[in-house]
Write a protein that binds this ligand. Structure first.
Ligand code: ATP
Length: 233
């Protein structure tokens, strides 16, 4: 397993948010974490990356414990994170946004140079001189994904990539994520269960900070009760 989250309990101040979340991601998998607004998806991601370390429980990456380790170390060791709010640098151009995120290449993987990123995301190549702040929501999402790749990750965490995007943009994002799936394992959070399950091998359903269901993408798509009770479909 590349990622093993075991029974994490996470607080914001005194608010008890994650009440024992466990999940795993295999080396060749795409796994989704599904749930409604406020279920705890973003908190799970932030906890894995290191922004909100768990008070109890463990996070292992490539077999090593990383809970409590600072974010920069986790990113440097190959965890690529695309936050829900994207955090593009608005005053830097598309190309500069990618250049500042570049990290050393990783052994055994073809490095994500700026040129390779532009080949993979032709839309970004066309916009390379545009300021991050002047991109549309969909363009910013592409840039946020490309920026995470510039760090040459071994694992990609995508937090609600579809949020606020028009259906045609979601379609092109779908193609992008499918292509990346061949390159590295991905953990994806989504409210849009159909989108996420069409891409994923397996999924977990979270509600009120606990995992209520896990199964293959087929099992989740067929389970009407889970969909009605825990997902907004
Ligand atoms: P969304 O789709 O809205 O992002 P989510 O499943 O990602 O939902 P989280 O953002 O993880 O949910 O939020 C889980 C719970 O934690 C919610 O009840 C939310 O109100 C609460 N919460 C989130 N951020 C904070 C914070 N900084 N301080 C206190 N409570 C917070």
């Amino acid at each position: 397993m590349i990622l093993e989250v075991n029974d994490i309990h996470v607080y914001y101040g005194e608010s008890y948010i994650l009440q024992g979340v466990s999940l795993v991601v295999g080396a060749e998998e795409i796994v989704c974490l599904l749930g409604r607004n406020g279920a705890g998806k973003t908190t799970t991601m932030r906890s894995i990356v290191g922004y909100n370390p768990p008070r109890r429980g463990t996070v292992r990456y490539c077999g090593k414990r990383i809970d409590g380790r600072p974010v920069y170390e986790n990113v440097r060791s190959g965890i690529g994170y695309v936050p829900e709010d994207r955090r593009i640098f608005p005053d830097l151009s598309v190309q500069e946004n990618l250049e500042v995120a570049a990290l050393l290449p990783r052994e055994g993987r073809e490095p994500w140079t700026v040129e390779r990123l532009f080949d993979t995301f032709p839309l970004l190549a066309r916009l390379r001189h545009r300021k991050g702040g002047n991109l549309s929501g969909g363009e910013q999402q592409m840039l946020a994904i490309a920026r995470a790749l510039a760090g040459n990750p071994n694992l990609l965490l995508l937090d609600e990539p579809c949020e606020g995007l028009a259906p045609v943009i979601v379609e092109s994002l779908d193609e992008t994520i499918r292509a990346l799936k061949r390159e590295m394992p991905i953990l994806l959070t989504e409210q849009n269960a159909r989108f996420a399950l069409s891409l994923s091998d397996r999924g977990y359903v979270i509600d009120k900070g606990r995992v209520f269901f896990q199964g293959s993408a087929e099992e989740l798509l067929e389970n009407q009760e889970v969909q009605q009770r825990y997902l907004a479909v």
